[in-house]
Design a protein around this ligand. Sequence first.
Ligand code: AMP
Ligand code: ZN
Length: 468
Amino acid sequence: MGLYFYNSLTRQSEPFRAIEDSEVGMYTCGPTVYDFAHIGNLRAYVFEDLLRRTLKYRGYGIRQVMNLTDVDDKTICNSMQAGTSLRDFTQQYKDAFFQDLDTLNIERAEVYPEATEHVSQMIELVETLVEKGYAYATDDGCVYFSIAQYQEYGKLSGVDTSELQHGARVKHDEYAKESVADFALWKAWEKSDGDVWWNSPWGPGRPGWHVECSAMSMEYLGKTFDIHTGGMDNVFPHHEDEIAQSEAANECRFVNYWLHCSHLIVEGKKMSKSLGNFYTLRDLLAAGYSGREVRWVLMGTHYRQQLNFTFQGLQDARSALQRIDDFVLRLQENAAEEVAMTDEVKAEIERAEQAFCSALEDDLNISRAIGVLFDLVREMNRIMDNAEIGQAVRKRTLDTLRTFDKVLGCLHIDGEQQIPQEVQRLVEERQEARKNKDFQTADSIRDQMAAQGWIVEDTPSGPRVKPQ
Ligand code: AMP
Ligand code: ZN
C-alpha cells in the first residue's frame, strides 16, 4: 500500500512522496531549555523517533534537524530568577535533554542547532521580510510581521483573520487564537532582558521564538523540505507563524507534510504542577520504572490520539515487555537437534513481517504493529509447546524481532535488560551483604527491591534481575 501520513495542513491522509528518497528532510521543534522535559514533551520526541525509525525502516535516508530553543521569553525569565547567565542556565537543561533521549533510546537527530548560535541568520530573514514589505519596524526598535500582507495566514490552524484589527500587535512568544495579530520577529532590548541582546539594524534586541525555527530550518534543510513535526499546541501560533515567515520570504512552499501529535494527559487530567500530576522522566526513574518501560507507554498510543498516561499503564508495559523477554529467552535456549523450518512456521513469520510493516505504513499505526508482534509471540509459543523447533527457526524468529526492534527500540534481544539505577545499586548492595554472609541485610534489600517491582534470582553466573 505504501507509506501514508495524515497531513495537518490538508487535513487528510496522503501518500508520502519524498523530495529525494536518499535524504528525507525533517524538522522537529525541539525543547525550550528552561526546565527538565516533562513526559508530555517526551511523548512528542518519542513520536518523532518512531517516525524517523519508520522512514529508515522503509529504506529512506534521513536528515533530521531538531532545534534547541535557548533564548525566548521563558528561558530569559527563568535564568533571571535563578540569578544565572542564560548560557549556564540553559546548558544544564540541554545536558538533561540529551540524557533523557538516551534513557528513552531515542535516536539522535543529524543536527541540533542552538538558537543563540544562529541569530545572524534570523536577522537576515527579518531583513528580507522588511525589504519585501511583509514586516515593519516600530519606533521602539521592534519588528513585526504584518499578517494583512500574507494572504494565506491561517491555512494550517484555520484561524480566522477577517476580524483582525488593523495594526493590532502581539509581542509575547506564546498567545491564544483570540489574540491573533501582527507578531514580533525582533524584540527590542528591555530591562528585564538583562545582558541578553544582540546588535541588529533596529538596535539591540533578540529574535522572537517563531523566527528561530524558520531561520534554522532554512539553514539546514533548505527553503522547502519534506516533514515538519511538533505537538498539537505548536500548530497555533508557532507553526502558523513559521509558514508565514518562510513562505513570504522565500516565495515557495515551506513544508510538504505537517505531522502533529496529540497531548499527553495524566490519569485523565491535564498535567500540571498545581494538580501534583506533573512528571519528568527523572520522577519515573526514581519511582523504579525503566526508560524502556516509559518508552513503551509513550509510544504505544497512536500519535494523533490523546495519550492518557497512568501508573497502571506503566505496570502493563512491564508485563508486556516481560512476556517478550520470556519469549526471547525461550528462543535463545539451545535446540536439541536441527529441525527443518516447516511451511507453517515460515508462513507465520512472513505474515507477521508484512503486517508489521503495513501497520506502520498506515500513518504509524503502532497499536496494530504491537498487536502483530504479540500475535507472533502467541503463535510461536503455541508451536513451541507442541513441537521441537530447531536453530534455523529460532534464528529466523529472533532476526524478525531484531527487525521489529529497529522501529520499536525497546525489545532487548541481544543486550542487557535495562534496570533502573536505583535497583542496580540495591543489587550491588545485596551482593556485598551476601559476600559478608549478612543474610538479614540481603533479605531486607530483596524486600526493598520487591517493593519497587523487581525480583532477583541467584544463578551460577551471578544475580539475575527481573521485573515482577
Ligand atoms: P516546548 O519545550 O514547550 O517548546 O515543547 C517541546 C515539544 O513538546 C513541542 O513539540 C510541544 O508541542 C510538545 N508538548 C508540550 N506539551 C505536551 C503534552 N502535554 N503532550 C504532548 N506534547 C507536548
Ligand atoms: Zn519550532
